[in-house]
Design a protein around this ligand. Structure first.
Ligand code: PLP
Length: 378
């Protein structure tokens, strides 16, 4: 079955009692055994639940994996994936990864004995140079947040394989509709389902998808042991959201491209960060490894913070909010919002200036979005 068909149907039809066309929500925390010899596949919802299993079957199929565990948040998915390693292991990650992931790696897991190196992952020489005999994993996040840098997934996987490392990719920014890391050699895929997979800004959730049985077993064991699985109701919402993933991503991308083209020509814009523009330094790589350019973009306005504030005062459709991937367009200021946990020095070193704004383009009419931003830019 094609991708869009699997979005709608895979895992969904589970109701043998009444043949309901959508998956029932099973809120039950516990399931009765028929006798001491067995039960009907589920005994306790922390360990497994039919509604959550339906979502897991769907997401495993969309990414092309063999197994999925749906978790309570994207961060619990990231954390679970780190249990493929042990304290003392060394993991290489990009220096422009999501701030929450950076905090987990650099603060919490480092305190527990894990070792991390944060490098510019666009430069393979830096990745190779960071490898030590203790290196067990490489963390890939592409495109990066908020400047939309692209990591060459296949090239990093080759480096990882030659060093005997596991590769884990956070595929939140594009969703499996636009990028499937397993096709480029990645071992484990992680998502914040809060974003495009659910798509309606009304759930926080995550997923870990694996393609090797040993990884699948370890992830399932840890999600149960740590109690990180998502609730049946949240699983149901994500399963409902994912059915429209394809058409939503197409609409998101249409709007993003229209906005990026307008911004590129606007006299009050200094620079646009969007891999779909030919001017993006990694446009060719994005075209090669992605099935589209996504709908996250950033731009620098001319005139620094006063110009940013002026623009924000004039917007109505674009809500001033963090997060991304929902049907409604959001705009945010990384300097004091999404990237406030980084030091100013780290933000400037990473290329985030006091003029940078990040946009998550929704599925509204591109004409309305372009008109509003254009007017707000003056
Ligand atoms: C790329 C990426 N990964 C992981 C997360 C964490 O997800 P959650 O907020 O669902 O815990 C986020 C959240 O913004 C994200 O942008």
């Amino acid at each position: 079955m094609h991708f869009e068909t699997r979005c709608v149907h895979t895992g969904v039809n589970k109701d043998s009692a009444f043949n309901s066309c959508t998956t029932p929500i099973y809120p039950s925390s516990t399931f009765a055994w028929d006798n001491l010899q067995g039960h009907r596949g589920f005994d306790y919802t922390r360990s497994g639940n039919p509604t959550r299993a339906a979502l897991e079957e769907n997401l495993a199929s969309l990414e092309g994996g063999i197994s999925c565990r749906a978790t309570s948040t994207g961060m619990s998915a990231v954390l679970t994936s780190m249990y493929l390693f042990q304290p003392g292991d060394h993991i290489i990650a990009g220096n422009d990864i999501y701030g929450g992931t950076y905090r987990l790696f650099a603060n919490i897991l480092t305190e527990q004995g894990y070792k991390f190196s944060f490098v510019n992952m666009r430069d393979l020489a830096q990745v190779r140079a960071a490898i030590t005999p203790q290196t067990k994993g490489i963390w890939i996040e592409t495109p990066s947040n908020p400047l939309l840098n692209i990591v060459d997934i296949a090239a990093v996987c080759e480096v990882a394989k030659s060093a005997g490392c596991i590769t884990i990719a956070d595929n939140t920014f594009l969703s499996p509709y636009l990028q499937r890391p397993f096709e480029h050699g990645v071992d484990v895929v992680v998502h914040s389902t809060t974003k495009y997979l659910n798509g309606h800004s009304d759930v926080v959730g995550g997923a870990v998808i694996t393609r090797h049985q040993a990884h699948a077993d370890r992830i399932a064991y840890m999600v149960n042991a740590l109690g990180l699985a998502c609730s049946p109701f949240d699983a149901w919402l994500v399963l409902r959201g994912v059915k429209t993933l394809g058409p939503r991503m197409e609409a998101h991308q249409r709007g993003a491209m229209a906005i990026a083209r307008m911004l590129e020509k606007h006299p009050n814009v200094e620079r646009v960060y969007f891999p779909g523009l030919e001017s993006h330094p990694q446009h060719a790589l994005a075209k090669k490894q992605q099935y589209g350019f996504g709908a996250m973009l950033s731009f620098d306005v001319k005139g620094g913070r006063p110009a940013v504030e002026k623009l924000l005062e004039k917007r109505k459709l674009f809500q001033l909010a963090e997060s991304l991937g929902g049907v409604e367009s959001l705009i945010e200021y990384p300097d004091t919002m999404s990237h406030a946990s980084m030091t100013q020095e780290a933000r400037r070193a990473g290329g985030i200036s006091e003029s940078t704004l990040r946009v998550s383009v929704g599925i509204e009419s591109p004409d309305d979005l372009v008109a509003e931003l254009k007017a707000a830019l003056g």
